[in-house]
Design a binder for this molecule. Structure first.
Ligand code: PLP
Length: 402
């Protein structure tokens, strides 16, 4: 019987389990792990053809690997992208995504609330190479528009943004960028590929830290760059990735393939628990404000409804002072104090003194990140256990603080 199943027609769950599967002659059910740096050619002419790009096949782990390729093909199928390249970490993906687009004399516009290392690349690293960055309030369309200059080449969006989960109207900002001839890079970590599809919303390039929900169990680092424009890939990224070496380890690809199989299940459950906890947190008397993109009181709730299909696994809340925030963290018995996110284990952090401590105070305050904010990544524990732990810690937050 003819095999006429098309992976592009599969539901998300099927894509995550079976997408990109390439079996060896042994017919293994689980993806094979190819820990090899190089590959042998049957003859000199084959080596020549592979290097010339005239024949398929692997050359060297820095350029590609069979295990990593299954990961790339599966993630591309999930995202609906023509091209995916895996990288060693989320930061190597962000770095390459930006450097591939920019050169000396160019200008970048970025939301001012960003993951700390992304901010460092924009504010500190790129200017050393002659690229200027303008940071804007990413929720304000007129600010994106006003930041455009004749030499603006790229926009960087993180939505929801770290740590306060502001939402950027991705289609509207993409329209402003494209009108100016600029490309848009979206860091989609907080939304996950399950709840937001930036390429469909108009973005040119999507980046992930696979370290977060894609691994989802706190084991390995990884990242990915995805795009639909094959010409842009050839021009901006192919040689950069090949020659600068941010390649993902095949071992990590293998671990992350396992993560992808359960991504949909995990992230939906985490988002459900996050919403449940956000409602409890928002109603607690010691909480001044609670931000969760899945709640109707989120400042950009209307945009969330338009561009996301779920609120994600992270919430943030303001306890009024650093003392209260620290008292909350110190009273937790199940949830860990940690700065990671997307893990099966719930964790909470105090951004002002950890992930965002290097952001100048004036900038921190401009993003609304005052000393009372706590960011919490919701894991896979039972929701009633988490509710008890969080409520007990919230009760302590004020008693110990004021
Ligand atoms: C974690 C994270 C990164 C960096 O990823 P690593 O895998 O830690 O290098 C980039 N952007 C966002 C939004 C992140 O959460």
């Amino acid at each position: 019987m003819a095999k006429d199943e098309k992976p592009e027609d599969w539901e998300t769950a099927t894509r995550l389990v079976r997408g990109g599967m390439a079996r060896s002659e042994h017919g293994e059910i689980s993806e094979a792990l190819y820990l090899t740096q190089s590959f042998a050619y049957p003859d000199a002419a084959s080596a020549n053809a592979r290097f010339a790009g005239d024949a398929p096949g692997f050359i060297y782990q820095r350029f590609g690997n069979p295990t990593t390729q299954i990961f790339e093909d599966r993630l591309a199928l999930l995202e609906g992208a023509k091209v995916c390249r895996a990288t060693a970490s989320g930061m190597s993906a962000v770095d390459a995504a930006l450097r591939g687009l920019l050169k000396a004399g160019d200008h970048l516009v970025a939301g001012r609330a960003l993951f700390g290392s992304c901010r460092w690349i924009c504010a500190e690293l790129l200017p050393r190479y002659g690229v200027e960055t303008t940071f804007v309030d990413a929720t304000d369309l007129s600010a994106w528009k006003a930041a455009v200059r004749p030499n603006t080449v790229a926009f960087l969006i993180e939505s929801p943004a770290n740590p306060l989960l502001e939402i950027t109207d991705i289609p509207a900002v993409c329209a402003i960028a494209h009108e100016a001839g600029a490309k848009v890079v979206v860091d989609n970590v907080f939304a996950t590929p399950i709840f937001q599809k930036p390429l469909e919303l108009g973005a040119d390039v999507v980046v992930y830290s696979a370290t977060k929900h894609i691994d989802g169990q706190g084991r390995v680092l990884g990242g990915a760059i995805l795009l639909n424009d094959e010409e842009l890939f050839e021009k901006a990224y192919k040689d950069l990735l090949r020659h600068t070496g941010p390649a993902m380890s095949p071992f990590n690809s293998w671990v992350l393939l396992k993560g992808l199989e359960t991504l949909d299940l995990r992230v939906r459950r985490q988002a459900q628990t996050a919403r449940f906890l956000a409602d409890i947190v928002a109603a607690h008397k010691n909480v001044a404000a609670c931000a969760y993109p899945g709640r109707p009181d989120h400042p950009q709730a209307a945009i969330v409804d338009k561009q996301m299909t779920g609120g994600g696994s992270v919430l943030a809340f303001d306890l009024g002072s650093q003392e209260a925030a620290w008292a909350f963290l110190d009273a937790l018995q199940i949830v860990d104090i940690s700065n990671n996110l997307g893990d099966a284990k719930s964790m909470a952090t105090h951004p002002a003194t950890t992930t965002h401590r290097s952001v100048p105070e004036a900038e921190r305050l401009a993003m609304g990140l005052t000393a009372g904010w706590v960011r919490m990544s919701v894991g896979l524990e039972g929701q009633n256990d988490l509710a008890r732990d969080v409520t007990r810690a919230l009760d302590r937050a004020r008693a110990n603080a004021r």
